[in-house]
Design a protein around this ligand. Structure first.
Ligand SMILES: [Ca+2]
Length: 256
């Protein structure tokens, strides 16, 4: 009898666990509606994209091509540009509390610049590869190409690791990030998919199919993957682009 009760309890535990792990079962599917298109520098290997007080800020990667730039949205013109030493491969970036934080891919350092003047402030050691970076307004949130997101203080002390899952499976290759209305949006490297992640549970709540966003006639042999999500909280508009893309798009989500 005791054994039956135990088995019953164990079954109940599994059922409960199952119920929790299936909390992401209803994953919404979106496609894109392009609202407006803008020029984007086809020499920009986009790694970080965000708005700071209405200005579009971008960081670009590759050794010898790594930059921090302020871009005029309407024209794609580079209004301000800082070139990094060719030994650095720059990755994701974000602004928080008056600073711009910039990851490097494999250099194992993070740079901090004054958000207004771009005056250099500090370099921090960083233990892992840098990929994407965003913020919830309190923590820096970084990806490293795995299925983990790392929550960090402004002096790069890690205080939380979020495992991102979809249908109980880890979502690897999380790349450029953006915090939009309490959720984390992430490019998934080498795909046309963006996932919308619950920052508490790590569950993917929705996927966005971005297939065909950049039309074939705007592609050339250098055109690389979809990467770069920026949200302007002042206008509540969302922008997407890709590495070496000739266009940047304002988009809206449409339920599939
Ligand atoms: Ca971003």
């Amino acid at each position: 009898m005791k054994r039956i009760v135990e088995i019953g309890l164990i079954s109940l535990m599994f059922l409960t666990l199952g119920a929790v792990s299936c909390a992401d079962a209803k994953i919404r599917s979106y496609k894109l509606q392009v609202v407006k298109e803008y020029s984007h520098d086809p020499m920009a290997y986009t790694q970080g994209l965000f708005f700071l007080d209405g200005d579009l800020i971008e960081t670009t990667g590759q050794f010898g091509e790594s930059t921090l730039r302020k871009v005029e949205l309407e024209t794609g013109k580079i209004l301000k540009r800082f070139d990094f030493d060719r030994k650095y491969f720059i990755e994701g970036s974000v602004a928080l509390n008056g600073n711009i934080y910039i990851l490097t891919w494999t250099n194992k350092v993070v740079f901090v610049y004054d958000a207004e003047t771009w005056e250099y402030k500090s370099t921090w050691r960083y233990p892992r590869e840098g990929w994407g970076l965003t913020t919830d307004g309190k923590s820096l949130i970084a990806s490293d190409g795995s299925a983990n997101l790392y929550f960090l203080t402004e002096d790069f002390k890690q205080h939380k690791v979020l495992n991102v899952k979809m249908n109980d499976r880890p979502v690897r290759n999380l790349n450029e990030l953006e915090w939009i209305d309490g959720k984390i949006w992430a490019n998934v490297y080498m795909t046309d998919m963006i996932v919308i992640i619950n920052p508490s549970s790590g569950f993917v709540e929705a996927t966005i199919d971005c297939t065909g966003l950049l039309p074939r006639h705007l592609k050339d042999p250098y055109t690389d993957v979809l990467n770069g999500i920026a949200y302007n909280p002042q206008t509540r508009k969302i922008y997407l682009t890709g590495k070496y893309w000739k266009r940047l798009y304002e988009v809206k989500l449409v339920e599939k």
